[in-house]
Design a protein around this ligand. Structure first.
Ligand code: HEM
Length: 416
C-alpha cells in the first residue's frame, strides 16, 4: 500500500474498494494498511476512509457534525441522462430515511418505528420457520447444492415482502429492482449501465407509489396498511409519498443485508468445521455465532457520512464537506476493542459491541428481524444437516459494490 503525506491527512493512492483484490479479500487490504493511519484519504473514490472503532462510533453518535446525506448517493458521478431519469421518476438525492438528517429523518423514522412493532417482528417467527423448512424441503441433499440460491437469497425476500404486504406475484420483480439499486448507488456502473439501472429504479419507485394507492381501500394486516392507519390519524404528518419512501427503505434494507448475513455465518462456521461442530452440539451458541459474524465479516461492511463543519477525526483535520467512508468491517477488527480480532470465535463475550447495525439515531430498525432470520435459518439447517460441509475448491465471488457483502454462491454438501 503506497502512502503519501497530503497536508495532515495520509493518502492511500492505491486503495480502491471496488478493485478485484479488495472485493476478494478486503481484510488482506486492511491488514496491509499501517495502524498509525486510522483515517486516510482515498483518491479512487474521493472519500476519507475511517477504520477505528472509536472514531466510527463517534461519527454515528454526532449527527450535528456528520450528516447522513451520502448514505445512498451513487458512489460514481452519474451521467446527466441517468440523473434525469431518476429525478423524473420521483427519486430524490436523499431518497429515504437512512440518508436524511433530523427533523426530516425523525418525521419518517417515528411512524416506521411505530408500525414496526416488536409484536409484528415476533409474529414473523412461525413464517420464518415455515419458509426455511419449505426451502430446504426443495433441496436434493444427495447432491451438492448452492445455499445462496436455495435458502439465503429467497428467505429474507419472502419474509420482508410478505411483512410489508407486497403481493407474491411481484416478488421476483422487486428482487430484480433491488439488484439495480445496489449496483447504481454502491457500485461503479458504466454510463450505459447507469441509464439501465436508473430506468429500473424509477419503475421501482412508481410501483411502490401505486401499491400505497391500491392499499388505501384494501387494507391488510401488514406493515404498509399499518402506516396508512398512522396517515389516517393525521394526513399531514405522514403523506402517501412518504409511505412510499418508507417502503422503498424496507424492501431493500430487509433483503440483501440478511441474505449476505446468513451466507457469511454459514461460510465462517464451515471454513473450519470445528466451529460448525461446536454450535451443532450446543445450539445455544447460535445467537453468538450470528453476532460474531456481524463483527468479523459484516454483511454491511461500509456506511457513509459527510462533515457539516471542519472537524478533527482520528488526528486528521477534515474540511467541511469531507465525505466519509466508515469502514464498519475494519471497526470489527479493532484490537483495542476486540482482542485477537482476526480470530473467529463464536464464544467471544463482547461481539454485541459490533457497529454492524450502526449506532445512534439511524440504528438499524431491522436488526432484531435480521438476527432472528439468521438464527432460525442456522438452527434448522444444523438440525437437518448436522454434517454440512463446504464443497472444496470453490472460489467465492462478491457483487461489485462497497456496502453489501456476502458470497454470490456457496456450494455445500449435506454429508462429508
Ligand atoms: C441483518 C442484517 C442487517 C444489517 C447488517 C443492517 C445494517 C444497517 C446499517 C449499517 C444501517 C445504517 C445505520 C446508521 O446509519 O447508523 C441500517 C439502517 C437501517 N436498516 Fe438495517 N441492516 C440489516 C437488516 C435490516 C432489516 C432486516 C431491515 C428491515 C426490515 C432493516 C432496515 C433498516 C432501516 C429502515 C434503516 C434506516 C434507519 C434510519 O435511518 O433511521 N435492516 N441497517
Amino acid at each position: 500500500m503506497t502512502i503519501n503525506e497530503h497536508a495532515t491527512c495520509p493518502v492511500h493512492a492505491d486503495f480502491d474498494p471496488l478493485s478485484p483484490a479488495f472485493l476478494a479479500d478486503p481484510f488482506a487490504v486492511l491488514n496491509s494498511i499501517p495502524r498509525e493511519t486510522p483515517v486516510f484519504y482515498a483518491p479512487s473514490i474521493d472519500y476519507y476512509v475511517v477504520t477505528g472503532y472509536a472514531d466510527i462510533e463517534a461519527v454515528f453518535l454526532d449527527p450535528e457534525t456528520y450528516s447522513a446525506a451520502p448514505a445512498q448517493l451513487p458512489l460514481a458521478q452519474l451521467v446527466p441522462e441517468a440523473m434525469q431519469i431518476l429525478l423524473g421518476g420521483g427519486h430524490k438525492p436523499q431518497p429515504s430515511m437512512v440518508s436524511l438528517d433530523p427533523p426530516a429523518h425523525t418525521r419518517l423514522r417515528s411512524p416506521t418505528a411505530r408500525a414496526f412493532t416488536p409484536r409484528r417482528v415476533a409474529e414473523m417467527e412461525p413464517r420464518i420457520r415455515r419458509t426455511v423448512d419449505q426451502l430446504l424441503d426443495a433441496i436434493d441433499p444427495s447432491a451438492p447444492f448452492d445455499l445462496v440460491s436455495t435458502l439465503t437469497f429467497p428467505l429474507p425476500a419472502t419474509i420482508i415482502f410478505s411483512f410489508v404486504g407486497i403481493p407474491e406475484r411481484d416478488w421476483l420483480q422487486l428482487k430484480e429492482w433491488c439488484g439495480h439499486r445496489a449496483a447504481l448507488a454502491w457500485g461503479r456502473p458504466t454510463p450505459g449501465e447507469q441509464v439501465h439501472h436508473a430506468k429500473n429504479m424509477a419503475a421501482y419507485r412508481s410501483y411502490l407509489r401505486d401499491l400505497v394507492a391500491s392499499k388505501v381501500n384494501a387494507r391488510g394486516d401488514d406493515f404498509a396498511s399499518a402506516l396508512l392507519e398512522i396517515h389516517d390519524e393525521d394526513p399531514e404528518a405522514l403523506t402517501h409519498e412518504e409511505i412510499g419512501s418508507i417502503l422503498y427503505s424496507l424492501t431493500f434494507a430487509g433483503h440483501e443485508t440478511t441474505n449476505y448475513l446468513i451466507g457469511n455465518v454459514v461460510r465462517r462456521l464451515l471454513e473450519d468445521p470445528a466451529h460448525w461442530n461446536v454450535v451443532v452440539s450446543d445450539p445455544g451458541l447460535i445467537p453468538g455465532a450470528v453476532l460474531e459474524t456481524l463483527r468479523h465479516d459484516p454483511s454491511v461492511p461500509v456506511w457513509r457520512r459527510v462533515t457539516k463543519r471542519p472537524v478533527t477525526l482520528g488526528g486528521v483535520d477534515l474540511p467541511e464537506g469531507a465525505k466519509l467512508f466508515l469502514w464498519l468491517a475494519a471497526s470489527g477488527r479493532d484490537a483495542s476493542v476486540f482482542p485477537e480480532p482476526d480470530k473467529f470465535d463464536v464464544q467471544r463475550t463482547n461481539a454485541t459491541k459490533t457497529l454492524a447495525f450502526g449506532k445512534g439515531i439511524h440504528y438499524c430498525l431491522g436488526a432484531a428481524l435480521g438476527k432472528l432470520e439468521a438464527q432460525i435459518a442456522l438452527e434448522i439447517l444444523m438440525r437437518r444437516f448436522p454434517r454440512l460441509r463446504l464443497v472444496e475448491g470453490q472460489e467465492l465471488s462478491f457483487h461489485a459494490n462497497i456496502s453489501f457483502r456476502g458470497p454470490q454462491a456457496l456450494w455445500v454438501r449435506a454429508t462429508p
